[in-house]
Design a protein around this ligand. Structure first.
Ligand SMILES: Cc1cc2nc3c(=O)[nH]c(=O)nc-3n(C[C@H](O)[C@H](O)[C@H](O)COP(=O)(O)O)c2cc1C
Length: 328
């Protein structure tokens, strides 16, 4: 496996991503996953509402945007999987190149821009999955949707995925869709949250709803949004999405590219956000994500107030072995 990962590093990022995940699907179809990637032992489960997470480690949104790899990712031993971000209509995302790897810094900058195959495609994948663990769906709006249309996009996604989702994440924090992060301000989030509250009630969706936050907002904005999450009776937050602050990569010419930075350099920043939310409201459910590469990092997220932890970049750099490294 380390050899395969080293070879994948030589390929362009999106090609490597596709080869790696299609290989996982192949191993799964051949019944090899359980031999190649033994399930973690000693994992601590977590129960919230009617959901039992077999362990506290999940795969973050963006890795499997369209639900193409749910069963094979599930076979690696994750306690939960989050698919998406999905938008009502399929869209190509930004022009390539749009993923940049920084191996030494264990970081990635991406400016994908919600490339996905659209809501109807994902719903078919949700319906046909065999994975029986916890599955979250991360929802967003199409790039060209503005004003009320943008709210309608979230509502449409919510309505169509709710029969098949164990939880829904409302993504207001991708830096790669114009003005999306403006949804962190009260004048913009209030109409969205109000519409989703009604949609949740009419669709009888009793499972959790999380809001995924940016790590680049002021303390005041975060407190305002936390209060709103309680006001609109959502369950918790995911902290955090990628950061637009690239100072950790200073000196690298290619770090000047626009996009969201993830991986090791995001660890402290996303932890600080998590801690400040936890101080403000210890009872809100928190999913910690950002820069987790070691068992120590994983525990630090839990100690900072997270009940659950997600990874993305470390999975790209280390492959499926990261699951037992973090859980055993
Ligand atoms: C290539 C790439 C694509 C991503 N796409 C999404 C996405 O579609 N929706 C989302 O909410 N987060 C997305 N993220 C953010 C991750 O879910 C996660 O919040 C972030 O990368 C921090 O975790 P990490 O440091 O473990 O990678 C993406 C991240 C990367 C690197």
């Amino acid at each position: 496996m380390p050899l395969l990962i080293s070879l994948l590093r030589l390929l362009p990022p999106e090609l490597a991503h596709s080869i790696a995940l299609n290989s996982l699907n192949l191993f799964y179809a051949l019944g090899l996953s359980k031999f190649l990637f033994p399930m973690p032992v000693n994992a601590d489960s977590f129960i919230y509402k009617n959901l039992t997470f077999n362990n506290r480690l999940g795969i973050a949104a963006g890795l499997d945007k369209n639900g193409d790899y749910i069963d094979s990712l599930g076979s690696l031993g994750f306690g939960f999987i989050e698919v998406g971000t999905i938008t009502p209509l399929a869209q190509p995302g930004n022009p390539k190149p749009r993923i940049f790897r920084f191996f030494k810094q264990k970081a990635i900058i991406n400016k994908l821009g919600f490339n996905n195959k659209g809501l109807d495609y994902l719903v078919q994948k949700l319906k046909s999955r065999k994975f029986s663990g916890i599955l979250g769906v991360n929802i967003g709006a199409n790039k060209d949707s503005e004003g009320q249309k943008r709210i309608d996009d979230y509502v449409e996604c919510f309505n169509k995925v709710s029969p098949y989702a164990d939880y829904i994440t409302v993504n207001i924090s991708s830096p790669n869709t114009p003005n999306l992060r403006a949804l962190h301000s009260r004048e913009n989030f209030e109409p969205l949250f109000a519409a989703l509250k009604v949609t949740r009630a009419t669709s009888h969706f009793m499972n959790p709803v999380f809001i995924k936050l940016s790590p680049d907002e002021s303390q005041e904005t975060i407190i305002d949004i936390i209060n709103a999450i309680k006001e609109y009776e959502f369950d918790g937050i995911i902290a955090s999405n990628t950061t637009t602050d690239h100072t950790a990569l200073a000196g690298r010419q290619d770090s000047k590219v626009a996009g969201g930075l993830s991986g090791r350099p995001l660890f402290s920043k996303s932890n600080e956000l998590l801690q400040s939310i936890h101080q403000h409201d210890p009872n809100l459910i928190k999913i910690g994500v950002g820069g987790v590469f070691t068992f120590r990092d994983f525990n630090q997220k839990l100690e900072s107030g997270a009940s659950l932890v997600q990874i993305y970049t470390s999975f790209i750099y280390e492959g499926p072995g990261i699951v037992s490294k973090l859980l055993n």
